[in-house]
Write a protein that binds this ligand. Structure first.
Ligand code: ADP
Ligand code: F6P
Length: 319
């Protein structure tokens, strides 16, 4: 394999740049030409690419976002756009492709591999919603960002004796809320995976107040409800001064954590080495600190198991 492409797609995630850097440098080290595709699958359709050299990825190891740009590209899901992308790949001489993104990006990667294009997929999304891997690239950086915000809100919350509802990202997967809630000492976490009642949340807050707590923190995943509505109800029932914050896109940016830099670098290099070994249609993942690869079809079939232990522990530790 002489020429490979690399793209980032879907919601960006800190650590994507580290993976791009590793693909480019490991590729060049092994005598491979690397083409950077701009804005995910959109760049394949529009033929919007850049030749990568060693300097193209200089000084990006500590930067959030993605130097290649990212996009949500509906056209790629359609036959016309998909066929145009394949035509352009052939024209550019791209013999193998590394895709970095979330579940949707993986579906695109699988579709390309179904028509015989060698692909390797790297999980890059802050949501941690790809079940086959313990962690996705960007998840731990986002978690640190959320924890930093919780600590700051905790300061003012305890000064004023408030109840604070903090809304974090996660439409279908509540992992950011779950782990930020546990590590941030929340009274309750509200997640899309777990039915909850507002009365149970308020009871927990009131029990804490009765035993002497001055303030309360509730972490809410965006997919489980709206912070403004929920905080209003909590305020009415508990009669505590209740405020809410929506952390939003701060969670998607920022310098990647040590962990995300490490796994980004390792997965980028591994992706190239799999292509060179002619071991295609693989999804990379992380388990117990090590990078592994598996068939992308099997990876996408894996169903997420909810971490009930962490959910229950959050409640126990905040009595
Ligand atoms: P993420 O990769 O973070 O889950 P999206 O779901 O938006 O983000 O997917 C990213 C992109 O992947 C989409 O904009 C589209 O170009 C491509 N994609 C998503 N689903 C499919 C699919 N079923 N077939 C082909 N391409 C897809
Ligand atoms: O990247 C995943 C994610 O951050 C989700 O948690 C969130 O709902 C979504 O992306 C929002 O992204 P956008 O507004 O770019 O579609």
């Amino acid at each position: 394999m002489r020429t490979i492409g690399v793209l980032t797609s879907g919601g960006d995630a800190p650590g994507m740049n580290d993976a791009i850097r590793a693909v480019v440098r490991y590729g060049i080290y092994n005598g491979v030409k690397v083409i950077g595709i701009k804005d995910g699958y959109k760049g394949l359709i529009d033929n919007d690419t850049m030749d990568m050299n060693l300097s193209s990825v200089a000084d990006i190891i500590h930067r959030g976002g993605t130097i290649l740009g990212s996009a949500r590209c509906i056209e790629f899901k359609e036959e016309l756009g998909f066929n145009q992308a394949i035509k352009n790949m052939k024209y550019l001489g791209i013999e193998g492709l590394v895709t970095i993104g979330g579940d949707g990006t993986f579906q695109g990667s699988k579709k390309l591999s179904d028509v015989g294009i060698p692909t390797i997929a790297i999980p890059g999304t802050i949501d941690n919603d790809l079940a086959y891997t313990q962690y996705t690239l960007g998840f731990f950086t986002a978690l640190e960002t959320v924890l930093d915000a919780i600590s700051k809100i905790r300061d003012t919350s305890s000064s004023h004796g408030n109840t604070n509802v903090i809304e974090v990202m996660g439409r279908n997967c509540g992992d950011i809320a779950l782990y930020a809630g546990l590590a941030g000492g929340a009274e309750m976490v509200i997640l899309p995976e777990m039915p909850y009642s507002i009365e149970e949340v308020c009871d927990k807050i009131m029990q804490g107040r009765i035993r002497g707590k001055r303030h309360s923190i509730v972490v809410l995943a965006e997919g489980a409800g709206d912070a403004k509505t929920i905080s209003k109800k909590i305020g009415e029932i508990t009669k505590t001064n209740t405020k809410y914050s929506v952390l939003g896109y701060t969670q998607r940016g920022g310098t990647p954590s040590a962990f995300d830099r490490l796994i980004g670098s390792k997965m980028g290099a591994k992706a190239v080495s799999l292509l060179l070994e002619e071991n295609y249609s693989r999804a990379l993942g992380v388990r117990d600190g090590s990078v592994f690869d598996m068939d992308i079809v099997e990876a996408l079939k894996t169903e997420k198991v909810f971490d009930n232990e962490s959910y229950e522990l959050t409640k126990i530790l905040s009595i």
